[in-house]
Design a protein around this ligand. Structure first.
Ligand code: NYM
Ligand code: MG
Length: 212
């Protein structure tokens, strides 16, 4: 029997679209089915680089240069590059809460931040086999329980970020748009069905690298 790798699955979406809940439930359900799966979250605030990012997000007086913070978010993914590949190569699926697309979306909406420049530090990272985009209408976004206190957590930024995600969903292969307005369980069943298909589909294919 030939070796089978895991699937690399990403969930993207604006803040409060339910990504973290769905990621957790996917890992749980795959486990119940006897499939190895591990959850990763970006930013990973537990590393030294993640600590700098966390400080930038929580302390709005922090005046880090826009390109510098963009590169820190990308570096935070690069420090997980080997971990992601090792897991996949050991037959463990990797479920990721936000990835390079969040990095590009949240940075490229800033003044003088060219989207092509923003993409470059992400080139060469492992490419997801499947990206789910959890979407909310502007009305649904506005009606979700109040934003927290972090940088970017306001409706205008969320609307701009949503537009960048929408473009990705139109241009990139392997993206699937899912309404985040359904019940948690209904969304989960939808995602799980697609993930199980993807796990089978990619088990003998090589891991690809991101390019834009
Ligand atoms: N964010 C997240 C970025 O600006 N760039 C990135 O590369 C990533 C992964 O961090 N508002 C932003 C989006 C979020 C914030 O993420 C914190 P979360 O998932 O809300 O903890
Ligand atoms: Mg958030």
């Amino acid at each position: 029997m030939s070796f089978k790798r895991g699937a690399f699955i990403v969930i993207e979406g604006v803040d409060r679209s339910g990504k973290s809940t769905q990621c957790r439930k996917l890992v749980e359900s795959l486990g119940v089915k006897g499939l190895k799966a591990e959850l990763l979250t970006f930013p990973d605030r537990k590393t030294p680089i993640g600590g700098l990012i966390s400080n930038y997000l929580t302390d709005k007086t922090c005046t880090l240069n826009d390109k510098a913070i963009h590169l820190l978010f990308a570096a935070n993914r690069w420090e997980k590059n080997e971990r992601i590949k090792d897991l996949l190569n050991n037959g463990c699926s990797v479920i990721v809460d936000r990835y390079s697309y969040s990095g590009i979306a949240y940075s490229s909406i800033k003044k003088d931040m060219d989207i092509n420049w923003c993409m470059q530090p992400e080139v060469g990272l492992p490419k997801p086999d499947l990206v789910f985009l959890l979407t909310l209408t502007d009305e649904e976004m506005a009606s979700r329980p109040g934003f927290g206190e972090e940088r970017y957590e306001n409706i205008n930024i969320q609307k701009s970020v949503k537009a960048v995600f929408k473009k990705f969903a139109e241009c990139e292969d392997n993206w699937k748009v899912i309404s985040a307005a359904d019940t948690i369980d209904k969304i989960h069943q939808q995602l799980l069905k697609d993930v199980l298909i993807k796990v089978k589909e990619v088990e003998t294919s090589p891991i690809e690298n991101l390019k834009f």
